[in-house]
Design a protein around this ligand. Structure first.
Ligand code: 5GP
Length: 211
């Protein structure tokens, strides 16, 4: 299980697709449940299983989720059925989930889960990418920057074995992610000691939009 965590704009979706095209049929994306409304370009059952809140809560209360979290007011979760399906197919499962979910998944499957924290080359690039989307309101940009800052702190505090992957170029970043699938995996890093994380935290703390 390869778990990709990182701010919106870090390239998680692009990298997950690239990893799948590099090994056709051997890697698959874990499709989460969410109560968030579907966006125009999204497909039910491909991007997410879109459900209403009562349906989600019912499944959750029955123990149907391996992990779940509330992100920006919506519920998201990885169903046990989804993990079972990927496991049965013998595929490497790729996850795009938040840091809380990543942590819970690692606690559940400590030997199988590899945790990657993805970062764009710099805080400024992250800001530029979010603004360049043009679809996000200033409020959403602020919320995403704030989440990015908080997730950076969380990864530094986390006892889990993290690997920091700076996505400055797509192919080398994908190579680094593939290296995490090796048995045994490369040794975990101390995020706090990583120069990119340090630079990020400095800039994030100085950015009033992320306050
Ligand atoms: P979005 O609504 O932009 O697709 O995703 C918002 C956030 O929810 C992202 O940080 C994404 O990684 C996270 N997320 C998506 N699916 C899951 C999930 O199944 N579990 C958890 N914990 N977080 C998820």
């Amino acid at each position: 299980m390869l778990v990709l965590v990182g701010p919106a704009g870090a390239g998680k979706t692009t990298l997950a697709h690239l990893l799948q095209t590099r090994a056709p049929g051997r890697r698959a994306f874990s499709v989460s449940h969410t109560t968030r409304p579907m966006r125009p370009n999204e497909i039910d059952g491909v991007d997410y299983y879109f459900v209403d809140r009562p349906t989600f809560e019912h499944l959750r209360d029955q123990g149907g989720f391996a992990e779940w979290a509330e992100v920006h007011g919506n519920l998201y979760g990885t169903s046990r059925a989804e993990i079972g399906r990927l496991h049965q197919d013998g595929k490497v499962a790729l996850f795009d989930i938040d840091i809380v979910g990543a942590h819970n998944l690692w606690q559940l499957y400590p030997d199988e889960v590899r945790l990657a924290f993805l970062l764009p080359p710099s805080w400024q690039v992250l800001v530029d990418r979010l603004l360049a989307r043009g679809t996000e309101t200033p409020e959403i940009v602020r919320r995403r920057l704030r989440t990015a800052r908080l997730e950076l702190h969380a990864v530094c505090e986390s006892p889990a074995p993290w690997h920091i992957v700076v996505n400055d170029q797509l192919q080398p970043a994908a190579d680094r992610l593939e290296a995490l699938l090796a048995v045994p995996p490369p040794p975990a890093e101390n995020p706090r000691a990583h120069p990119s994380v340090q630079a990020y935290l400095r800039d994030a703390e100085a950015d009033p939009r992320a306050a």
